[in-house]
Design a protein around this ligand. Structure first.
Ligand SMILES: [Zn+2]
Length: 467
């Protein structure tokens, strides 16, 4: 049963990989499997050229330090036997508050959480519920104009030549365009805004144990469905000083959805977090980094600041590709090679940086705790490693609506409890807009997921297998 499940998950992970359009940070990754497929264009005769370079199988990297208890690299592979999960360090008590947020409301009792009160897990929520109607009204009340773009179609940049060519959409996935509303790096040099996506899940506890021992705090962009499945993990993350932020309910590529569907995805994830923690997050990361001005405007209207990851050129995005070890798309050596490139770029930047990593799968947690984080901690000069809200030089309480200091950190857009629109979507980051276009999407040869449920199937099946 388990192998069947993994095989199914693998197939689905292939499509997830294809949705992750921003290319790898590593120039040499051009010889990786994905790009090799991309270069296999039909010749004029219709045949596939036979002069393709062979896919690279080795990737060089050097690390300044590793964890003595790290899983060997040979064991961080797709289909690896399940490793042990650490028990949660402690169980949060109802009524507790995080010491790092002095004015936080008391922690709800997770025993009162009723999963039946939420949409089916890992599926797009219906848009006709009273909750979604309320959130639509919230968006309307924000006063923010939602652009009238049609949703993109499944297939990413190659399948959407019109939206790609339309610079006014500012579609980050296809060209790297950002706006002033977006957080893509940390302002201070040598500062790493640490983030993990797609949890909480089985191996999040292992990551938390390492972070605790190393006295590190992170931002976790959590999937609402996973919050319902792992409420005690989320409570521990929050109580121990990590930042919690929105990563949708079922992890679809948001530009493919209607306005109502986007509102439902963000709203249910935000509500799940609020119900479990007692506070409402005010940051979000779009799955696959898939954001354009329509998704931005809705996010901002719901009080959610978009957080992406650093991208200094089409071939230097700060994506470790750790997500794809589990699916057999990327090797751990490739991921560490990507990491070395990220470090090299980070140390030459005038600002700090944000890296894409994940805590959904065992393999990505093992590469983080065994290799990436120990290497980062040993780096000289030292990196300052902290949650995104902290790297923006704001107190942790400013990450939540209820504890935000509105005097010093005006809420973005509308959002729960706010009606003042304060954001503009003016073009922002230098070098980010239309100068880069569709050609920058080096994954163009990979077929894209036919359905936003690809991630759902992968994550859901694995969780079933673990249960
Ligand atoms: Zn994700």
């Amino acid at each position: 049963m388990f192998y069947l499940v993994l095989a199914l998950a693998y197939v689905n992970l292939l499509t997830v990989r294809a949705q992750s359009s921003p290319p790898s940070s590593a120039p040499s990754a051009q010889s990786s499997v994905g790009s090799a497929v991309g270069s296999a264009a039909p010749t004029s005769s219709g045949a596939v050229t036979s002069a393709l370079p062979p896919p690279a199988t080795t990737f060089s990297f050097s690390l300044q330090s590793t964890n003595p208890t790290a899983a060997p690299l040979s064991e961080i592979v797709s289909g690896a036997p399940l490793s042990a999960t650490q028990p949660l360090a402690s169980t949060a008590s109802p009524g507790a508050t995080p010491s790092s947020i002095p004015n936080a409301p008391p922690l709800p009792d997770p025993a009162t959480l009723n999963p039946a009160a939420y949409p089916p897990l890992d599926r797009p929520p219906p848009v006709d519920s009273p909750e979604v109607q309320q959130w639509k009204q919230e968006v309307a009340n924000s006063g923010i104009t939602i652009p009238g773009f049609e949703p993109t179609v499944a297939g990413g940049c190659p399948a959407n030549p019109g939206p790609v060519a339309d610079a006014s959409r500012c579609w980050w996935t296809c060209g790297g365009c950002t706006r002033e509303s977006d957080v893509t790096n940390c302002p201070d040099q040598m500062t790493w805004g640490l983030t993990y996506d797609d949890g909480p899940a089985n191996y999040t506890s292992n990551l938390l144990q390492y972070l605790d021992q190393a006295n590190l705090k992170s931002t976790f962009f959590v999937v609402g469905s996973r919050v319902i499945s792992f409420p005690r993990t989320l409570q521990l993350q929050y109580l121990t000083g990590h930042q919690i932020a929105v990563h949708t309910w079922s992890h679809p590529p948001l530009t493919t959805l209607s306005n109502d569907e986007i509102i439902a995805e963000l709203g249910w994830s935000r509500k799940a977090i609020k119900d479990v923690l007692g506070v409402t997050p005010n940051m979000m990361r779009p799955p696959f980094g898939d954001i354009d001005d329509r998704v931005r405007a809705i996010s901002v209207a719901m009080g959610l600041t978009p957080v992406l990851w650093t991208r200094i050129s089409p071939l230097a995005t700060f994506d470790t590709d750790d997500f794809n070890i589990a699916g057999g798309i990327a090797s751990v050596q490739q991921v560490l090679h990507n990491w070395e490139d990220i470090v090299g770029n980070a140390t030459t930047m005038n600002s700090g940086f944000i890296v894409l990593e994940h805590d959904l799968f065992q393999q990505s947690v093992e590469v983080a705790t065994g290799y990436i984080l120990p290497d980062a901690l040993a780096h000289q000069p030292a990196f300052r490693i902290e949650p995104v809200i902290s790297c923006l030089n704001k107190p942790l309480g400013d990450a939540y609506v209820e504890t935000n200091d509105n005097a010093t950190n005006p809420p973005i857009g509308g959002g729960a409890g706010h009606t003042t629109a304060v954001v503009t979507l003016a073009s922002g980051a230098p070098g980010s807009a239309s100068a880069t276009g569709a050609a920058s999407n080096t994954n163009s040869g990979v077929s894209f997921a036919p359905s936003p449920l690809a991630f759902v199937a992968a994550a859901g099946l694995l969780l079933v297998a673990f249960a």
